[in-house]
Design a protein around this ligand. Structure first.
Ligand code: SF4
Length: 234
């Protein structure tokens, strides 16, 4: 192994050829990525339909392993029938299972919804809490679901939603090397200005659905290609 001399140590600490530290260059690149995505997707938003925090919480639980389109079809009827946390908590389990069956994994989802809504009734007066800690303490609610609710129902930027699209695009764009959602989220939180956390995941999700597909991404037409280290290599 080569010995580290004073000059190699100095070189390791020195700014790059551009005169910027690598993290500064990364942040600068992220600012440019955000500017492009904001221009390309000015109307990006959460594609789950909801009219209050409880509806978004239920829709997000249902969205696991299911498309937003399918969830919206199911919730159109579900939200008419069940309006409060107590309605879900007191519903016969078999009835709730039937109502959400087509979203898949319906037994687990129905159990999670009921347990979650019982806790809302017993500990939070039937309301959806506004903190990460309280939300993730609810049955079936992980950090991703909590981020969706905090960011979109309450307008609070507590974290960044990392779903399959965000994970894939963050890696392709060279913003993380991790594959684990929690670590990807930490990398993104260090790079993206906090005020943009909620929108950043919408932009990546929209781009993942419309351009940077899991298979055969459309690099030749991609607006981010000049900023993407994976352009033409996936
Ligand atoms: S250039 Fe290709 S890999 Fe990079 S973001 Fe665009 S579609 Fe995805």
């Amino acid at each position: 192994m080569p010995r580290k001399t004073a000059s190699t140590k100095r070189a390791a600490r020195a700014p790059s050829a551009t005169g910027l530290r690598p993290d500064t260059r990364q942040r600068d690149r992220v600012r440019k990525i955000i500017a492009v995505l904001r221009r390309v997707y000015p109307n990006a938003h959460c594609e789950l339909n909801f009219s209050n925090p409880l509806e978004l919480l239920i829709a997000t639980i249902l969205s696991a392993q299911c498309t937003d389109k399918r969830v919206n079809l199911v919730t159109a009827e579900l939200f008419r029938k069940y309006r409060t946390a107590a309605d879900y908590a007191n519903a016969p389990l078999a009835e709730l299972e039937q109502a959400i069956k087509s979203t898949g994994f319906y037994r687990n989802k129905a159990r999670s919804i009921q347990a979650c809504c019982r806790a809302l009734v017993e500990k939070h007066g039937g309301e959806v809490p506004r903190t990460m800690e309280e939300l993730t303490a609810l049955e079936g609610v992980g950090r991703k679901t909590a981020n969706v609710v905090l960011g979109n129902a309450f307008g609070l930027n507590e974290g960044i939603v990392v779903d399959t699209h965000v994970a894939r695009l963050a890696r392709r764009l060279g913003l993380t090397r991790h594959t684990e959602a929690a670590k990807i989220e930490q990398d993104l939180m260090a790079l993206v200005p906090r005020a943009q956390w909620t929108m950043f995941s919408h932009w990546l999700i929209w781009h993942g659905r419309r351009r940077c597909y899991a298979r055969k991404p459309d690099c030749p037409h991609c607006e981010l290609a000049p900023l993407c280290p994976s352009a033409g290599k996936v």
